[in-house]
Design a protein around this ligand. Structure first.
Ligand SMILES: O=C(O)C(=O)C[C@H](O)[C@H](O)COP(=O)(O)O
Length: 233
């Protein structure tokens, strides 16, 4: 279930790569920074190859993002993807994933889409594009009529507003590309991805609203430990 993955991963990096080799470097850099999952988007022709290469990295749980039809679901899973994320709500994709036991995170922007998702048994949705839709205050208002439903804000989330979102009780995790900047990939600055990952986990660990206890003596290493604690909850 997608909820199990999110419980252990308060930040979900959205990865756009042009080659399997770049994907492998990104996956290793994320792991080094304490992040043990990566959502590889179907935005480039390299997506499947990257998923295949990254799925071989021990300890990394690879998902597929920007999945917009059931054919991509099947291709992603065949390549090794363990979960599927969509930028919108497709009943076909949700049914396809549910009947095959594939964790799925569809995106919903308003109450109507949320009600359609609830009808299919969805318990957590992506809130995309979060900042454009009004940010954390908009999400707080939207979530009020849907107690128990989880939201994963994505789109415009970064170090400056991550805590605002994770402070909401309805937010188990946030997604975004800020830990994996295109410039870092282009220039092979893999340690920059590691640094940004650690920074994101420090912020996540400092927020208690997502169910995590604030650890004593917070630092980057503490954040990494905290995430692995969460993973084994
Ligand atoms: O590709 C998808 O499936 C999406 O739904 C969109 C991405 O998750 C966001 O575009 C990431 O947003 P940024 O963190 O602002 O770059």
């Amino acid at each position: 279930m997608i909820e199990d993955l999110l419980a252990g991963n308060p930040v979900i990096p959205v990865v756009v790569v042009d080659s399997a080799e770049d994907g492998r470097h990104v996956g290793e850099a994320l792991l080094e920074g304490g992040i043990s999952t990566a959502e590889v988007t179907f935005r480039t022709p390299a997506a499947e190859d990257a998923i295949r290469a990254m799925s071989r990295i021990p300890g990394l749980v690879v998902g597929a993002g920007t999945v917009i039809n059931v054919r991509q679901v099947d291709n992603a899973v065949a390549a090794g993807a363990r979960y599927v994320v969509s930028p919108g709500f497709s009943a076909d994709i949700v049914r396809h994933c549910t009947t095959r036991g594939i964790p799925v995170l569809p995106a919903c922007t308003d109450g109507s889409w949320i009600m359609a998702a609830l009808d299919l048994g969805v318990r957590t949705v992506k809130f995309f594009p979060a900042e454009v839709l009004g940010g954390a205050s908009a999400l707080a208002a939207l979530s009020a009529p849907f107690p128990g439903l989880g939201f994963v804000p994505t789109g415009g989330v970064g170090t400056a507003n991550l805590a605002d979102y994770l402070s909401l009780p309805c937010v188990p995790a946030c997604g975004g590309s800020w830990m994996v900047p295109a410039s870092a990939i282009r220039n092979g600055k893999w340690n920059e991805i590691t640094r940004l990952s650690r920074e994101a986990l420090v912020i996540a660990s400092s927020v208690c609203g997502n169910g995590a206890q604030k650890p004593a003596g917070l630092d980057a290493a503490g954040a990494v430990r905290r995430q692995s604690d969460l993973r084994h909850r």
